[in-house]
Each structure stands twice: as C-alpha cells, then as structure tokens.
Design a protein around this ligand. Sequence first.
Ligand SMILES: [Zn+2]
Length: 76
Amino acid sequence: MSTVREEQCIQCGATFQVSLEEFIYKLDHGMKLPKRCKDCRRKNRETPDPYLGIRQVMRQYPSTKGPRHHVHGGVL
Ligand SMILES: [Zn+2]
C-alpha cells in the first residue's frame, strides 16, 4: 500500500505528502500531524523552536505509565 495524504505546509504553503503509515503512527502515539513540509521542519530544527509541542505530549504520557508492579507478600 502506498497511500499518502496531501497536506499543505502552514509555513511556506507548499504541498507535501504524508504516508499513511506515518499518519497512523502519529495518531496512535497521540502525536501532532506534521503541518510543515520537510524543508521547513529541517529549517526549524536548525533554529531551536520553543513551540515544538514535544513537552506537551510528554506531559500527556508521563513516564510512570506502565504495568504495575505486583509485589508478592513475603511467602516463605
Ligand atoms: Zn514548508
């Protein structure tokens, strides 16, 4: 399958494609879908951007999430 979505870059207005795999991956992980083309994303990466939104995602999924530890009582 090579289905792609066409998205428009909010930064430069260029049309870019997002593969369906990437699209589903981002949805599954509660990540934001890319709103910028690869060129703009690379440019933004070179200059630190405080609005990366990664911290927000991290807050939604704290590192304490995970299977609980079941501690056995002292059975001797
Ligand atoms: Zn762009």
